[in-house]
Design a binder for this molecule. Structure first.
Ligand code: NAD
Length: 514
């Protein structure tokens, strides 16, 4: 496995001996002061890197740098901050292939998907550059004579971004590119499973900042550490906003800590995404969408399709055709051309998948195909699996859990209203889809009484969202929205200004106080 991308991106300069830095602020680079850990590629279990965990006590010094950086960044005109992000986007374009390579090495994504993830970063740069000239507030009429009112959006403060392993670049980019144009320094705490991706993004941004003297270097900072570091970040009042992506258990912990100090959290947590396939659906179209949504990224997307709610009249045909497609899915080294399903992230993930399949069987489910480990034609030590299809009742407890692996539960319905109820009956609320040719079904699905998810698609799958929309979900998914639409407002504070340009001092609500 070639690690040349690390050299090209300049990541190999970010270490002392064999140990990479865990604290990088542009001004300061330091090893972590905590316990050491190594990262192994899911592709073949080859060792990729060694780090020491950055500790909560190291956070104090970083916090000071971030606060100083904020004082400078907040007063730089937003279009100039947009210029910073534009150049970061150009730099990411230049190194797109190397960046994708790092994603594949650490997260095990097939190259086209890894390239797609870097493209998301590039796209959100373009979006954020435009946004840097559109941080608009409202002008509001006043009830008082000689007065006017307006809203302004101001930079918020240092933003902490805690990320999951499976989108090691895109999630940071959604937050950081918008956060920067909004005038906030960004501290990234990446997943312990993908720290080289964090170093790559840091290096790309610092290449740009080196040529922009007015931009404080700490505007793009990284600390690499474990859960304890994440907990310290959540507790630190340096961060008016903590954006956290990962499991629901993590989000619950972060939300409670941040709320305890009356900070804001922006949560992007687990999903349990469903697609309804109605009796009228175009099955050809549905089939392609299902295979990509359910088996793509080896089932390790937050938006992965996990529940297929199928009309009873089409379920047998659909399952038969799906099994055939699954049989011919090329599974193997994600760096090799042609493979569509790479490895699971690690052994724990494989064990969790096996436990969920066993539970599904105990709860009355039948495995139609897949689930087993693939050992031939794949790198020996990676955890490669055949994506599984399981027929099971919609209310089996395991179906209501997110297992972060390629298991597709096939459920049936007879009445469309029941299908919507089944779609909504799980704790999570991220992504959903309906395949139907009926306008009545499509509109019902998107109506107030329809899908309760943050994403509700018609005739496309559950995964692969565009950056232009607000991304996120409800209930156990955490309620956060990132990326497009008006998600930029998360990274700003709103002030309401009332200006008296008259010579009198009338009070609101007609109060007389004299
Ligand atoms: P994880 O929860 O194990 O870890 C995510 C991050 O949280 C890591 O950086 C970890 O160090 C940190 N962390 C863990 N416990 C913490 C705590 N108590 N306080 C502060 N930080 C803590 O998640 P993972 O296994 O890396 O990722 C998979 C999960 O992420 C899945 O549930 C998936 O659905 C979810 N995810 C959601 C989205 C989304 O946008 N909704 C996107 C990607 C992944």
């Amino acid at each position: 496995m070639s690690l040349a991308c690390l050299e090209v991106l300049g990541i190999n300069a970010l270490k002392q001996g064999d140990t990479y830095y865990s604290l990088l602020t542009g001004n300061t680079k330091a090893l972590g002061e905590g316990s050491s850990f190594s990262v192994y590629s899911p592709i073949d279990a080859e060792k990729l890197s060694s780090f020491n965990n950055a500790t909560p006590s190291q956070l104090d010094a970083v916090n000071l740098e971030l606060k100083e950086a904020f004082k400078v960044l907040r007063s730089i005109p937003a279009p100039r901050r947009g210029e910073l992000v534009r150049r970061i986007g150009d730099e990411a374009r230049k190194y797109k292939h190397e960046l994708a390579q790092v994603i594949s090495l650490e997260a095990g994504k097939i190259v086209p998907e890894a390239l797609g993830e870097v493209q998301e970063w590039i796209d959100v740069c373009d979006f954020a550059v435009g946004q840097s000239r559109m941080l608009h507030g409202l002008s509001i009429v006043s009830e008082r004579p000689g007065h006017r009112m307006m809203e302004q959006w101001h930079p918020l403060g240092p933003v902490a971004v805690i990320t999951a392993f499976n989108f090691p670049m895109a999630v940071w980019a959604w937050n950081a590119m918008l956060g920067l144009v909004c005038g906030n320094p960004i501290l990234l705490k990446p997943s312990e499973k993908a720290p080289l991706c964090a170093l790559a993004m840091y290096q790309i941004a610092q290449n740009v900042i080196a040529d922009m003297e007015d931009i404080p270097k700490a505007a793009v900072s990284v600390m690499i550490g474990d859960r304890q570091l994440g907990e310290a970040i959540a507790a630190s009042d340096t961060f008016p906003l903590v954006s956290a992506t990962g499991s629901t258990a993590m989000g619950r912990a972060v939300a409670q800590t941040v709320a305890g100090r009356l900070g804001r959290s922006l949560l992007e947590l687990g999903g349990n995404n469903a697609m309804i396939v109605s009796a009228t659906a175009d099955l050809e179209l549905a089939l392609r969408a299902i295979v990509f949504s359910a088996a793509g990224t080896a089932g390790q997307r937050c938006t992965t399709l996990r529940r297929l709610i199928t009309h009873e009249s089409v379920v047998d045909t659909l399952v038969e055709r799906l099994s055939k497609s699954y049989d011919s899915l090329p599974i193997g080294n994600p760096l090799a051309e042609g493979n569509l399903v790479g490895p699971l992230i690690d052994e724990a993930s494989y064990n969790k998948m096996q436990a969920s399949l066993a539970a599904a069987q105990q709860q009355g489910g039948t495995i139609v195909c897949g689930g087993e480990r693939v050992t031939e034609g794949v790198p020996a030590k990676g955890y490669y699996v055949k994506p599984a299809i399981v027929r099971i009742a919609h209310n089996a407890p395991i179906v209501h859990e997110e297992t972060f692996a390629p298991i597709l539960y096939v459920l049936t319905y007879s009445d469309f209203e029941d299908a919507i109820n089944i779609q909504n009956e799980v704790p999570q609320g991220l992504s959903s889809a309906v395949f139907t040719e009926s306008i009545r079904e499509a509109e019902s699905f998107m109506s107030p009484a329809g899908s309760d998810c943050g994403i509700a698609n018609v005739n496309i799958g559950t995964s692969g969202a565009e950056i232009g929309g607000a991304f996120g979900g409800e209930k156990d998914t955490g309620g956060g929205r990132e990326s497009g639409s008006d998600a930029w407002r998360n990274y700003m504070r709103r002030t309401t200004n009332t200006i008296n340009y008259g010579g009198e001092l009338p009070l609101a609500q007609g109060i007389v106080f004299e």
